[in-house]
Write a protein that binds this ligand. Sequence first.
Ligand SMILES: [Zn+2]
Length: 346
Amino acid sequence: MGKRLSIAKALLRVGGGSLSRLINRDLLLIFGYHRVRPAGSLETPFDEGVFGPSPQELHRHIELLKKFTTVLGEADLIAAVRGDPLPGNGPYSMITFDDAYVDNFELALPVLQELSVPATFFVPAHLIENRQLGWWDQIAFVVKNCKMPSIQFRGETIDLAGRRQDAIRGFFNMMKLMPHTQTSSLIEELSEAAESPAPTTDLMDRELMSWDQLAQAHKSGITLGSHTCTHRVLATLSDSEQAEEISESRRFIENRLGIQVKSIAFPVGGVRQFNRRTVELSEEAGYDLAFSFNTGAARAGAFDRYAIPRLAPPTPTDEFNALLHFPRLMDYRTTPWPGSLLRESP
Ligand SMILES: [Zn+2]
């Protein structure tokens, strides 16, 4: 990333900004945010990986999007898949937030309103109903609070000294890649092995939006989409479990809020976290659009409506600006250009 960032910055200094607009005219850059952290707060007892920009940083990101792209909403994309032209000129962008953290309401919504941009919040229906954080936050919490130097887990010794983040990432990978039948009790097993309790419902409740806040966000113009029921990784589930996650979440949110849900975002969303069946089931469930994640930039005129790629926005403004102007350089997945083999997939 460092070398590419330096190249992008050098290109921007010599006027590459206007050139990039020209060569990226057909791109649709959809950013998938998670949390907005309070200004000055650098730590969370939960997952650091989703603890994103401050409100000020988000403000700068969106100013850049407004300056260099046409910011689209869900309705524009739905119109486009039905054959209407996109409004304004490319490059295009779209702003999305996953997981329905309370900071999306308290810190992101005021920024989105101030700058008058459309955005979509993707809601994990049953997690919100049951006031539960997703597995990544619970795992991070348990490992961070473990007082032992190592954890014995399924016959392996996992060292924590200086390697706590690696351990957390290792457990995340199990959740992302192993069949759900092998990870359904992972948090309890880990909590026991680490002698570190999972977060209480009270603690988790405070991190999440309420249905009332979601209704208010919707009233103020935010589009709400499904992020499944329980945020289990779809590719790790059986077909019938996938079908339930995809269709029941839509029904649940629609009934709870009396609104229409037209989009879904796949949990985690990388190419190994959903499959052909996920795409088919999203269409069968009646969604208009389905979004993946960490999958690059979309082409404005030619995206697969049931596997629309999204990018992870880097927090530092200079990195965000570089990705915005040079997505082909900063994120190879955008196009199959020859540099694609230079960076390995996460
Ligand atoms: Zn998510």
